[in-house]
Design a protein around this ligand. Structure first.
Ligand code: SF4
Length: 345
């Protein structure tokens, strides 16, 4: 019989389990405390549960967390962790691994996590996208990347910008953000968490209604036909419709929306693009992050020059859009944006 993994379950889910097992409702709250505040990894360690209840839980459930199987460290201190997902599969297939990237920066520690093995979105410039889709991560798989690294206690921010499209696995992404932010979980402010998307509108609408975490939209080109050349999802969910949806929400408070814009030489980095971007985002309270593209042997795309990136940034700033060039981290270990392959090397 497959055991239920208690790690990754929400309070409501644990209450339902308790009801099914005729255990008191408060047992669920106690389990949350052991799982998320005290980080125990066994049911018998939950010492304020009765021995009878622990024995019964031990028959049907477990607390399954697993350490990364590999860690690569960049010259700049960035660390790329490799996690094995399907441990029942003994093959050396790369399709059972995901990566998470820890980025230390002064007193900030950001972890970029994955939500799917591979990705369906097929963005042409992305190593993950070229692998195709091999499965959703459970909430437990998502949270395991956070709880199982040595830097867990020093994390200040989580970004869902690793492998996969969060709006395509939204149930599990929302379960995981609930564990991170709920008082019975880690109790973090939602503003320490950013979830990214290419703009899957139905999922995005639900996310905006159900979560207070920040949002990052992968934009990369303001012209519909040119964006379609690099992002197939533009066909189903045009960026103009995504921006129209975002305008229906209030961004003047603490929740922020940002647009990720990877710069490709000769493709999206001239003034024509900057001007169209200003037109597209006019009046929306947002910021734009320019990302240096990391060229690899498998891709025809080239890196924009620093001069072009700075000119682009200055144009946006001069036209009222807050724009910064994101510092590039972990390129030497293939940990930078768009380079996560999920391979055990
Ligand atoms: Fe998927 Fe993100 Fe890569 Fe696009 S950029 S293929 S959404 S992982």
């Amino acid at each position: 019989m497959t055991q239920i993994n208690l790690f990754g379950m929400t309070l409501v889910e644990l209450e339902s389990l308790c009801a099914d097992e005729s255990m008191p409702r408060f047992t669920a709250k106690q389990m949350c405390d052991w799982l998320y505040a005290k980080h125990v990894d066994s049911i018998y360690a939950m010492t304020n549960l009765s021995l009878k209840n622990r024995s019964r839980l031990n028959e049907i459930a477990c607390v399954s967390r697993h350490a990364p199987v590999n860690c690569q460290v960049s010259r700049d201190g960035t660390k790329k962790y490799l996690f094995q997902i399907d441990k029942s599969d003994d093959s050396e297939s790369s399709h059972r691994y995901v990566e998470a990237v820890f980025i230390p920066d002064g007193d900030r520690g950001t972890l970029c996590i994955s939500c799917q093995v591979g990705c369906k979105m097929g963005c042409r410039f992305c190593v993950t996208g070229q692998q195709g889709f091999h499965g959703n991560l459970s909430a437990s798989d998502i949270l395991n990347q956070i709880f199982s690294i040595p830097e867990f206690e020093s994390l200040t921010n989580i970004v869902y910008m690793g492998m996969g499209e969060p709006m395509d696995n939204l149930d599990n992404v929302l379960r995981s953000t609930e564990v991170l932010t709920a008082p019975w979980g880690l109790g973090w402010s939602p503003h320490r968490i950013t979830v990214s998307t290419v703009g899957i509108i139905p999922g995005l609408r639900r996310y905006l209604n159900e979560s207070q975490c920040h949002l990052a939209v992968s934009l990369h080109n303001p012209f519909a036909s040119e964006r379609l050349d690099i992002m197939p999802m533009q066909q189903a969910y045009p960026i103009a419709d995504v921006v129209t949806l975002l305008r229906q929400y209030d961004w003047s408070g603490q929740r922020r929306v940002s647009f990720e814009y990877t710069m490709f030489r000769g493709l999206n980095d001239d003034t024509r693009h900057a001007a169209e971007l200003v037109r597209l985002l006019k009046g929306l309270f947002c910021r734009v992050n320019l990302i240096r593209f990391h060229s690899s042997p498998d891709t025809p795309y080239k890196t924009s020059s620093t001069q072009n990136m700075e000119r682009f940034r200055d144009y946006l700033n001069a036209h009222g859009i807050i724009c910064t060039i994101r510092a590039s981290r972990g390129e030497d270990i293939m940990a930078a944006c768009g380079l996560l392959a999920g391979k055990n090397q």
